[in-house]
Write a new protein. Structure first.
Lengths: 482, 430
């Protein structure tokens, strides 16, 4: 037992490997939020009048809202006036046209993260729209994408170059007034990604964006909008790591997906924001609103997420299955260690006929982590022959963590079939014993068992991510075995 | 006093009643203060999100009704034998002339025990929650209820029947206490019935405290067959000591608007609780079943199996919470909610919750919403069983799992018969 204990101590002491700060001077707004902040952000970005109006409308509505408190999260009050709402790299006005012009320090950051931007992009055939703090600094493979008509750029560029598209779809999935954090995002969003796949196009490569939070006390408010036209197909990867920091940083992103007739969008996330230290100090507060609208018949959206970071995660990627024969999928692995808290899940809103949804979630709690699955399956009156299958499995590692399941099932149509099942378990003594007996260390055994537990979800990840996700899980679980 | 809406009734101060002991006056006053502060649960509060009180609050209710009930009439209504042990309450008031209890066991009405200082303690702490309005209302207004206190190792051989009759547009509040000492054992069959010949539409607000000491056992069947417009709010709080067992089976067939809150605290090791329910909603019926099982110590077992059939414009709500506290290792819990949705205007809302704070546990839950199996129906038709009978058989089979759990044979049979009667009334050919 004593050797186990010492191993435990050693593992607990393991530090977050991705914790470092890149020393780039940032130019930003002073902390504080009022109408002038919103105007300033809009002016910085040289936005058209309608977008400013839209932001101001959101801001006015936000003032009337109160932060949600229904989640099973222990949230310290957030001082929205102490946050700087805009930070941009110094080179903002003179943006690099190619990777060579990108600040080498920036590239260094990606190196440390194990994401050699140019190499990875070329070798893996992935276009990377790298968001560093709030302004996009490098976009690759634009030409190749342009040949097939795919638009993949930063949100600010999209506002300038494709204002009609942005105006048509922005806020059409997540309305301005949707919820507290989405509303805040609508008022102050800094940048993000925009993606448009034209009719009948199968996007030739996986689209990927790396987000990083870098400047101290800078909340990041990303806005992603993906539109897949009739018969198109796209796989989008979103991943993030963040430097070590003591203050709780706020992250309130909004992701909107629009899938038109027979379109398919696959959205994969690996989230590894800084989770706070072993005593629960610091870490990112992550409030994300992600929603997909299967607006026309036959559309399909698949969400896959691996959530290992953040001190606090509040995230419910949802699918509105509006068209007939539409499909929504949600695959999730959420891991909480130390004092991390996660309240995450999905909403499947069945409105069209013959709609299908599938939810597979795996929650892992260790240390003092609290992991909650909260999901809604709603079958509307006209959603004939809707079908849902939900499976939520939780795994507990240690005596001080918690795993919770709150599935809401609302069915208003007599032809619907809805199934939900959930189990909670721990790593079996006998499983561990068997591995130890075969000469596999306890650490490896746990990692192996956890990997097996999550396999169903990892299988859904694109290859590049699957490797990273597995590694992340291992890093995040360090110190949890004992 | 003339009839007034529930929203006004709740603002009536109980005042000081010199005929009642001090502890009860104190309790009523505290409950009234809390009720004034919280009101009845509002829409939007998480525990009441599917159950709106709007129509209930507008309901005009009397405080009493004149009821004349003969023994014969009661026996046939409740399907009892002449010598069945029974405690009968009409609109929450004890009917001594209709009741029959054994002499050697303490089964009596609560009002006759008000001078017993123990009662205050047995009633326990008053809940302090924003949505406990009905509990406060009950405390400010209850007049009587069932009081059972079994001594150590007492066995009550025959089942005891608790008959609650609802008559007229009356707000009635009943308060029951069931206290079984170490090793005691009891079988209780509870029926909530509408008294025919009366204009229905009352509100019955009942609250029951169950305390099972070490190795005590309670078998409890609860059947509710209220008439069309009657409403029921029912709250049960159980505390189980080491090695005690509670088997509770619910059958809800009637009532326009029904709400159950069934809460169990497993306070001693090796406790066992099984709570099951069969809910049928038709017409505009609304039945909301909330359960909460709190595993506070190690090695307890809990089982839940709830079934609901929703037809017409009925709405069936189930919310079951299983809580496993820190240190409650060795917990074994399973929870199931199976639902049949038969009509395009009916609705099922189900939410099986798990909150788990210990790691060495087995906890699982499942929920399904579906329809009668077309293949099975087709098979039966090929065998000469017409569609109506086929549907009836399938529904009966769906319910049977719960009906089979009823301990008392006569109750099991009469409940089965009642179910068949309901199926008979349904418009079965789809």
């Amino acid at each position: 037992m004593s050797s186990e204990a010492s191993q435990f101590d050693q593992l607990v002491a393991a530090k977050y490997k991705h914790g470092f700060v890149t020393d780039i001077e940032t130019e930003g707004l002073p902390p504080g939020l009022d109408e002038s902040t919103v105007r300033a952000i809009s002016a910085f970005k040289e936005e058209p009048e309608w977008l400013l109006e839209w932001r101001l409308q959101a801001y006015q509505h936000w003032l009337t809202l109160t932060p949600p408190n229904w989640a099973k999260l222990d949230i310290l009050p957030i001082d929205f006036q102490a946050i700087s709402y805009y930070a941009a790299p110094k080179q903002d006005k003179d943006r690099p046209q190619s990777l060579d012009e990108v600040d080498p320090k920036l590239l260094e950051t990606y190196e440390k993260l194990g994401v050699p931007l140019h190499e990875r992009a070329r070798l893996a055939g992935v276009a990377v729209d790298a968001v560093f703090d709030s302004v996009s600094v490098g976009t690759t493979f634009k030409k190749e994408l342009a040949e097939v008509g795919v638009i993949f750029c930063s949100f600010s560029e999209a506002v300038k170059d494709h204002p009609q598209l942005v105006r048509q779809y922005l806020g059409s999935v997540v309305p301005v007034s949707d919820n507290y954090f989405a509303c805040l995002n609508s008022a102050v969003f800094s940048d993000g990604s925009f993606c448009f796949i034209p009719k009948g196009v199968r996007c030739p490569m996986e689209l990927s964006t790396y987000f990083r939070i870098n400047a101290a006390e800078t909340g990041q408010f990303e806005r992603t909008l993906i539109i897949a036209e009739e018969g198109s197909h796209v796989s989008y990867l979103e991943g993030c790591t963040a430097p070590m920091r003591d203050e709780n940083q706020l992250h309130a992103a909004v992701v909107e997906l629009v899938a038109l007739k027979d379109a398919f969008i696959k959205y994969s996330t690996v989230q590894n924001w800084y989770p706070g230290d072993e005593n629960g100090v610091g870490g990112i507060y992550n409030f994300v609103t992600k929603r997909a609208d299967c607006r026309e018949d036959g559309a399909k959206v698949s969400w896959t997420q691996v959530e290992t970071g953040s001190a606090l995660t509040w995230k419910y990627p949802s699918c509105v299955l509006r068209g007939d024969n539409t499909t929504g999928e949600f695959y999730s692995v959420a891991l909480t260690n130390n004092y991390q808290q996660a309240d995450t899940g999905t909403k499947m809103i069945h409105l069209g006929k013959n709609t299908r949804s599938k939810i597979i979630t795996k929650g892992i709690s260790a240390g003092h982590g609290q992991n909650t699955y909260r999901g809604l399956v709603h079958v509307g009156k006209n959603a004939a022959d809707a079908r849902n299958y939900t499976q939520c499995d939780s795994m507990l590692i240690g005596k001080t963590c918690g795993a919770h399941t709150f599935p809401y099932i609302e069915v208003k149509n007599p032809t619907a079939k809805v199934e939900h099942e959930a189990t909670t378990s721990k790593i079996g003594e006998d499983q561990l014993f068997y591995c130890l007996q075969r000469g596999i260390s306890e650490e490896d055994a746990v990692s192996m068992i956890v990997d097996g537990f999550c396999k169903e979800v990892f299988r859904e990840l694109p290859m590049e991510f699957a490797v990273e996700a597995k590694a992340l899980l291992e890093i995040s679980l360090e110190g949890a075995v004992g | 006093m003339s009839a007034m809406p529930l929203s006004e009734i709740i603002s009536l101060d109980p005042g000081f009643n010199s005929n009642e002991p001090d502890w009860l006056n104190v309790r009523r006053q505290l409950a009234f203060e809390r009720l004034t502060a919280t009101g009845l649960p509002v829409e939007g509060s998480e525990n009441w999100r599917y159950s709106s009180l709007r129509s209930l609050l507008r309901k005009n209710l009397n405080t009493q009704a004149d009821v004349v009930l003969e023994s014969e009439q009661l026996l046939s209504l409740a399907g009892l034998e002449q010598d069945s042990y029974r405690m009968v309450f009409v609109n929450g008031l004890y009917q001594a002339h209709l009741s029959l209890v054994p002499d050697d066991i303490k089964i009596t009405n609560l009002a006759s025990e008000f001078e017993n200082s123990e009662i205050d303690a047995l009633l326990g702490d008053m809940p302090d929650a924003a949505d406990a309005g009905f509990s406060y209302l009950n405390t400010t207004k209850f007049q009587d209820g069932l009081f059972i206190q079994l001594e150590k190792n007492t066995l009550c051989e025959q089942p005891v029947h608790l008959i609650q009759l609802s008559a007229g547009d009356v707000l009635s509040n009943a308060r029951h206490i069931i206290h079984l000492a170490d090793g005691a054992s009891l079988t209780l069959v509870e029926q909530v019935i509408e008294l025919s010949g009366q204009t229905g539409g009352g509100l019955l607000n009942t609250q029951t405290q169950v305390m099972l000491a070490d190795k005590a056992r309670l078998d409890w069947t609860r059947a509710q067959t209220l008439a069309g417009k009657s409403t029921l709010v029912d709250r049960v709080d159980c505390r189980l000591a080491a090695g005690s067992q509670l088997h509770c089976t619910h059958l809800d067939l009637g009532g326009l608007w029904v709400r159950h809150d069934f809460s169990v605290e497993l306070q001693g090791q090796n406790g066992f609780i099984e709570v099951d329910g069969m809910v049928m909603v038709r017409g505009r019926q609304h039945t909301d079943f909330h359960t909460r099982i709190d595993h506070q110590v190690e090695n307890c077992t809990s089982r839940e199996n709830f079934k609901c059939i929703a037809d017409g414009r009925g709405r069936g709500v189930y919310n079951g919470k299983i809580l496993v506290q820190v240190g409650a290792d060795g917990t074994d819990s399973a929870q199931k909610s199976a639902n049949l949705l038969l009509s395009e205007h009916a609705e099922i809302d189900t939410k099986p919750d798990l909150e788990i704070l210990a790691d060495d546990v087995i906890a699982s839950h499942g929920a399904t919403v579906g329809q009668l199996d077309d293949d099975a129906l087709f098979y039966m038709r090929t065998r000469g069983i017409d569609e109506k009978l086929g549907r009836k058989l399938l529904m009966r089979a769906f319910c049977q799992e719960v009906i089979d759990l009823v301990e008392v044979e006569s109750a099991r049979e009469s409940l089965g018969a009642k179910l068949d009667q309901v199926f008979e009334e349904m418009e079965l050919v789809g």
